[in-house]
Design a protein around this ligand. Structure first.
Ligand code: NAD
Length: 297
């Protein structure tokens, strides 16, 4: 019988994570308190599967089976009793995540593992909201999940070796490479990427260069596939700001969020997901040439 995996949070990341497990043969329940978000995620998963089949990368029957194996929910329910794994990928707020983990702990079977896709928060602090800290681990995926090959596994102070091994096996089952990180704010990836994105925003706000030229410099001089401002647009500046605020509190001054990020978040320029961030995006998601934010002195 196929394994049941619960994904909580059907935003950018939950969509990709649910897709990855569904096409790997897991029965997936995708939970979001906002049912419209869950339905949007289901449509997006159908699109990714359809594109995969059309491009010959995914067998049609397998794609259909994946879509059939996906169900939606607006709250944690009795289906958790069948799950071996729950991945929490809701909004990056400690209280939201702790509440989800605590409720999941009551409903999951004793052997189940809880993975959290937090970008920076403490795995040990999240695990403390449960009675199964040895079975709580950071499982940090990257956007877009169906293209990005890495899962960063983060070991909290109580995470057991068995949970690490089981998580490595799940990562490899869904075709990802895993690395293991001992808990530290921002792990390896978010710490580097938040710093680079913040510095790029300081350069933009100081008028050092245009948004386009800052991004081109990282792409062409260092062979990064995307510039730091394009990446921030993809990640979402609202999420990026929460991560920076947390790193500023835990790791100090070098992570102080650039005031331009705060202004952008206040103005609703959250990034690609809302059609405008540092750049503006057409309805089909394409970046509009020359749309880079102009900062007035
Ligand atoms: N965006 C990225 O590139 C990225 C990369 C790695 C990790 N992350 C992390 O993944 C998590 C989700 O990020 P995202 O970009 O998908 O955010 P998002 O804003 O796109 O989606 C978050 C979803 O969580 C839902 N939610 C909020 N409270 C909930 C609750 N109590 N129960 C169920 N659902 C709830 C919201 O309705 C929303 O649909 C965050 O912890 C983020 O830091 C994001």
């Amino acid at each position: 019988m196929s394994q049941t995996t619960i994904v909580v949070g059907a935003g950018l990341m939950g969509t990709g994570i649910a897709h990855a497990f569904a096409i790997s043969g897991h029965r997936v329940v995708l939970v979001d308190s906002d049912m419209a978000a869950a339905e949007k995620a289901q449509a997006q998963i159908a699109k990714i599967v359809g594109d995969g089949v059309r491009l010959g990368k995914l067998d049609e029957a397998k794609g259909r089976a994946a879509l059939d194996s996906l169900s939606l929910a607006s709250a944690l329910d009795g289906r958790l009793a069948e799950a071996g794994l729950l991945i929490e990928t809701a909004t990056e707020k400690l209280e939201i995540k702790q509440a989800i983990l605590s409720q999941a702990d009551d409903l999951l079977p004793a052997h189940a593992v809880i993975g959290t896709n937090t970008s920076a928060l403490s795995i040990s602090e999240l695990a403390a909201a449960t009675r199964r800290a040895p079975q709580v681990i950071g499982m940090h995926f990257f956007n877009p999940v169906h293209k990005m090959k890495l899962v960063e596994l983060i070991r909290g102070v109580d995470t057991s070796a068995a949970t690490v091994e089981q998580s490595r096996a799940w990562a490899s089952e869904i075709g990802k490479t895993s690395i293991l990180v001992n808990e530290a704010p921002g792990f390896t990836t978010s710490r580097m990427s938040a710093l680079a994105g913040n510095e790029a925003m300081y350069m933009l706000s100081e008028g050092v260069a245009s948004a386009e030229d800052i991004d081109t410099s990282l792409r062409m001089a260092f062979n990064h596939p995307m510039g730091p401002l394009e990446l921030g647009d993809l990640t979402g500046w609202d999420t990026r700001l929460k991560v920076l605020q947390y790193l500023h509190t835990t790791l100090g001054e070098k992570f102080r969020p650039c005031p331009l990020i705060i202004k952008m978040v206040k103005s609703g320029r959250h990034g690609r997901k809302v059609g405008r961030g540092v750049y503006e995006y057409a309805a089909d998601g394409q970046k509009i040439a020359g749309s880079g934010l102009k900062v007035h002195a």
